[in-house]
Design a protein around this ligand. Structure first.
Ligand code: ACM
Length: 469
């Protein structure tokens, strides 16, 4: 039969044919790689947070040693964003992409960071084509948010092809994105355990990757005071020396704090400083016993109980102290907010608590900042220009809304990063809930509570308390 008559091809001919094919394919690769391997379809890419509009086209961009970053010539800040992108891609892939290379003879596949004045703030548009990537934004901040999407789309491994060099395949199509909420924060408790400048910078790097734009630093608590205040030096000389479990504690000098503020700003993140008052103040009272209002001799505390300390809300010295602290920290903090704490003041009488909050809000405003407080502050007589951070009590959230206050959503049952995943988690607490990853992801701030209508929501924040961390 015919099929049996098929001529057998000698082995050495096969080898020669393969070598020719390989040579041709290498030649073609060295001109311009044509990506035919299927990338992840863009619309299925696991991007966090999920962009507003994602349209895949089944094609792809191959990022390789012939790629380069080009940035809007007239905008030096876009150049900084381009340098940041190249640095992160080098860490991730090993590729050293030039930024605005001078040698125009070379044919590059370009990643272009461009300005589009029609786009505003953090908004951006990404067009991923086989020959180039175009990232459009109206501001460097928008461009910075957009490059995080690009970083998240860059696979961990290069494509396994016959190319003589590795190619990272970025799925093709377009993305249009802008944030639903203007405030997207993380909180780090540097008071229960102290974290160094390097630790906080790492945290900021992770936050930037997820397009978060506010780092709330919990700078004081019963167990430690963590920021240098020149006019009250014992706060750090004494109050900075303790932490949960008896470790050495620590604190940020004002210079270190300013370094963090600048590092955060280079990632378009605002630092929100918190001095927690009138409760959670044992370390302040150990440093200056005159501040103490709980009737007991203050002693250093390294345990994890809450709610036993209070400032003396009826003493003028206390308000002079707060004025000095807010003045010094506000002068180092360019962001719009100052967090006054206000949670779990269980040994402060309710009338004293209200009196205190109503007295310190004008101090914060005097130094040009918008006060934020944990949801309990809504029990005081406040106007709408204070933000209530909802963590626990829906009645407080309801009061805040009635007063016209904006609400920052941090429901402990969903947003607290220190809650254990499950009963076998080693670290963390579980008083609010076990929060496995899916539970943390699948909730919507605007439908979480019927007491908090979407138009009152400033944004959301994930606190990381550090009793066990
Ligand atoms: C809090 O978790 N005490 C705000």
């Amino acid at each position: 039969m015919k099929i049996l008559q098929t001529r057998r091809i000698p082995l050495n001919s096969v080898i020669i044919a393969c070598l020719i094919a390989l040579t041709l394919s290498c030649r073609q690769q060295s001109r311009r790689p044509v990506i035919t391997m299927p990338a992840t379809e863009l619309s299925a890419a696991p991007l966090i947070p999920k962009p507003q509009v994602v349209t895949g086209d089944g094609r792809a961009f191959g990022m390789d040693r012939h790629s380069a970053v080009f940035t809007e010539e007239s905008e030096p800040e876009y150049g900084d964003v381009g340098e940041f992108l190249a640095e992160k891609l080098a860490d991730h892939t090993g590729l050293q992409l030039p930024v605005n290379p001078a040698n125009t003879d070379t044919l590059y596949s370009g990643i272009y960071l461009l300005k589009d004045p029609e786009l505003h703030g953090e908004e951006y548009r990404l067009d991923i084509r086989p020959d180039s990537i175009l990232l459009w934004a109206g501001t460097a901040e928008g461009s910075f948010r957009g490059i995080q999407t690009l970083r998240q789309l860059t696979p961990d491994t290069a494509n396994d092809t016959l190319a003589a060099y590795p190619i990272w395949v970025i799925p093709g199509g377009s993305i249009s994105d802008s944030p639903q909420f203007s405030y997207r924060g993380g909180m780090l408790d540097v008071a229960r355990h102290f974290f160094t400048v390097e630790d906080v910078k790492k945290y900021l790097e992770v936050m930037a990757y997820y397009k978060m734009n506010a780092l709330h630093l919990h700078l004081s608590d019963d167990q430690g005071w963590r920021i240098e205040i020149n006019s009250w030096p014992r706060l750090t000389a004494v109050g900075g020396k303790t932490e949960v479990g008896g470790g050495p504690g620590g604190f940020f000098t004002q210079e270190q704090y300013s370094d963090l503020v600048a590092f955060a700003a280079s990632r378009f993140i605002t630092i929100v400083p918190e001095i927690d008052m009138p409760g959670h103040t044992n370390a302040a009272s150990v440093s200056y016993p005159i501040l103490n209002g709980n009737g007991k001799t203050p002693k250093p505390y390294t345990g994890t109980r809450v709610g036993f300390s209070t400032l003396d809300t009826r003493k003028d010295t206390v308000y002079q102290f707060i004025d000095d602290v807010v003045r010094e920290i506000a002068a180092l903090s360019p962001g719009p907010y100052f967090h006054i704490g206000g949670d779990e003041s269980h040994v402060t009488q309710p009338d004293d608590y209200k009196f205190f909050i109503e007295r310190i809000v004008p101090i914060v405003r005097k130094y040009g900042k918008i006060p934020i407080g944990w949801d309990e502050v809504a029990t005081a007589d406040l106007d709408g220009n204070v933000v209530a951070q909802f963590w626990s009590d829906e009645e407080n959230a309801k009061k805040a809304v009635t007063k016209g206050m904006k609400v920052l959503m941090s429901p402990a049952k969903k947003a607290y990063l220190d809650m254990k995943y499950d009963s076998v988690s080693r670290f963390g607490l579980d008083w609010a809930a076990h929060i496995p990853v899916d539970s943390a992801y699948i909730w919507s701030p605007e439908t979480y509570s019927s007491e908090i209508p979407p138009e009152h929501i400033l944004g959301l924040e994930a606190p990381l308390w550090s009793e066990t961390i």
